[in-house]
Design a protein around this ligand. Structure first.
Ligand SMILES: [Zn+2]
Length: 104
């Protein structure tokens, strides 16, 4: 006689994920995402610490120099100049056509 016994609870759980399984799967995925975001943030902070106010060409520490109202970061080693966002436009406004002389 071919008698079929009903499936036990564990056997059922192994076949179809329960709402609880789904909950823990989502929790684990969210925890992995948070850990990844933390890792990226730490990496970004380390890179900033390493490169902040350093010449992108030779690595020397930049020195801030004021030219009227514009602050220019100057490299004492290779004499390179670094302008913050918007400062080139300020120079161009003051020295009419400064940019167009170079980039036209
Ligand atoms: Zn330099």
């Amino acid at each position: 006689m071919d008698e079929k016994r009903p499936l036990g609870q564990h056997e059922v759980a192994a076949k179809a994920p329960t709402k609880e399984d789904e909950f823990f799967r989502k929790e684990e995925a969210a925890a992995r995402e948070r850990a990844e975001a933390d890792r990226k943030e730490r990496e970004r902070a380390e890179q900033k610490e390493l490169h902040y106010m350093r010449c992108p060409k030779c690595g020397a520490e930049l020195v801030e120099e004021a030219h009227e109202s514009i602050m220019i970061d100057k490299c004492p080693e290779c004499q390179g100049l670094w302008l913050d966002h918007g400062e080139l436009e300020k120079i161009n406004t003051r020295e009419k056509g400064f940019l167009s002389r170079w980039f036209s």
